[in-house]
Design a protein around this ligand. Structure first.
Ligand SMILES: Nc1ncnc2c1ncn2[C@@H]1O[C@H](COP(=O)(O)OP(=O)(O)O)[C@@H](O)[C@H]1O
Ligand SMILES: [Mg+2]
Length: 230
């Protein structure tokens, strides 16, 4: 479904990614594991189109999308939940979630919110509350719902566990499983190996802007035990 082929990303003189290739099949949940600065966000942003690789290609659903804008890629079914959640603090939960599908009719908005409330029960209780009043875990649910609003086929999650208490890591993990069950293919980045390996089918280890390992969750779990950088 997605092939990232040998991409390089640079920010001025900084080489953020070098020769990175990954493959994702439809229906999988794939983990991108790496410490701070490994290049996880740069890779996800290259896939959604907000960062332009200096070389290499990105193929999505059989189509080279490397030169397409982010909004064009979104229309092809690529969704994204950013690192740090980025909800609009003063906007209601309802408007935050619906900002994920701009330009739809009022009745389509209501239907979408109802559908998403089935997947994220918190939405029903908190619809009119400003999102900034919610806990970090609740805001992560809102960010997921916003990303799911346009019913993406491929969903990218950038460090969904970042800064969350263990109870919320469990609930966010369940939400990721629900999104997978609904038919969404998922690429998630994380630095927290233990909980992330529980939701993923397989993974890649990124370090210093390069893919260092790829394999099953069991293989990556044993690497994570051995190597301090995880
Ligand atoms: N906008 C930017 N300008 C300059 N350097 C950046 C920028 N974004 C990321 N970097 C650098 O690129 C490298 C990879 O960063 P990033 O992709 O954010 O990694 P991660 O998400 O794994 O923490 C790091 O060295 C980081 O400092
Ligand atoms: Mg990052």
């Amino acid at each position: 479904m997605l092939s990232v082929k040998n991409i390089d990303v640079r920010y001025g003189g900084i080489r953020a990614l070098q020769g990175v290739s990954i493959e994702i099949e439809r229906g999988e949940t794939v983990l991108l594991l790496g410490a701070n600065g490994a290049g996880k966000s740069s890779l996800l942003k290259s896939v959604i189109g907000t960062v332009k690789p200096v070389s290499g290609d990105i193929v999505y659903a059989g189509k080279v999308v490397t030169t397409l804008r982010a909004d064009q890629r979104a229309r092809l079914g690529i969704g994204y939940s950013p690192e740090g959640r980025r909800v609009f603090a003063t906007m209601s939960v309802y408007d935050n979630v619906l900002s994920g599908a701009p330009g739809i009719s009022e009745s389509a908005r209501k239907d979408a919110y109802k559908r998403l409330s089935g997947m994220f029960p918190l939405l029903a209780d908190r619809a009119m509350q400003p999102a900034g009043q919610l806990s970090g875990g609740q805001q992560q649910m809102v960010a997921f719902a916003r990303a799911m609003c346009a019913s993406p086929d491929l969903l990218l999650l950038d460090e969904p566990f970042l800064g969350l208490a263990p109870i919320w890591i469990k609930q966010i993990s369940d939400a990721i499983r629900e999104m997978k069950k609904a038919g969404t293919t998922i690429l998630m980045s994380e630095q927290m190996a233990v909980p992330a390996l529980k939701v993923a089918d397989r993974g890649y280890v990124l370090r210093g802007g390069e893919v260092r390992h790829s394999g099953s969750v069991d293989e990556i779990r044993s690497l994570a035990l051995d190597e301090e950088y995880l």
